[in-house]
Ligand binder design. Structure first.
Ligand SMILES: [Mg+2]
Length: 188
């Protein structure tokens, strides 16, 4: 049966390391992903949140353009798209839609819909689109979407999302593990 997949973009379809080279260059640092143990990057960059937000607003379009695809994402997503709806739901601002679509086209990743909601509150969007399963890298989003929508959420393991998770949030290390989990889920 055809399912509707809700999929986060940054750190899920894009590699979670995408921002790091930009941070290192502009803030004179030498961090790696393993240093990023909290989602809030001001903890590792050590600048006031307002300054970091200004920097991010200025740089986000170029960061998104240069983001590498997470390992294996393209293959799995293009396989799923044959039988399921792929709805990408991201906290990016709606003004970045063209930039985002271009990235998907350049990387050869199919989509049925891209919704850029401009905030981290994805529960309402997941409900509105009747999403059956969600894919995330942000811990609190994953837990909230699972609890509020009553759907399984696959959480892509990163150093910044290691807090405990409830049973309906399933940790995976990569897209091939996600594919295996989804295959079993679809059988039920
Ligand atoms: Mg994300």
């Amino acid at each position: 049966m055809r399912k509707r997949f809700g999929i986060d973009i940054d750190g899920t379809v894009t590699c979670p390391t995408s921002m790091i080279p930009f941070i290192n260059k502009d803030f004179g640092l030498n961090i790696t992903l393993s240093d990023v143990t909290e989602y809030d990057l001001t903890k590792v960059v050590d600048v006031p949140p307002e300054q970091f937000s200004r920097w991010f607003l200025e740089k986000e379009a170029i960061i998104y353009e240069h983001s590498p695809v997470a390992s294996g994402a393209e293959k799995v997503l293009n396989f799923w798209k044959e039988n399921h709806d792929l709805y990408f739901i991201s906290a990016r601002g709606a003004d970045l839609l063209e930039n985002t679509k271009r990235w998907f086209q350049q990387k050869g990743i199919s989509f049925h819909h891209i919704e850029l909601i401009g905030s981290h509150d994805k529960v309402g969007t997941a409900k509105r689109f009747d999403i059956d399963i969600f894919f995330e890298d942000k811990h609190d989003n994953a837990v909230m979407i699972h609890e509020e929508c009553g759907i399984p959420v696959l959480l892509f393991n990163t150093p910044y999302n290691q807090d405990p998770v409830p049973k309906g949030v399933i940790r995976v290390n990569n897209w091939s593990e996600a594919d295996i989990w989804v295959k079993n889920w679809l059988k039920k």
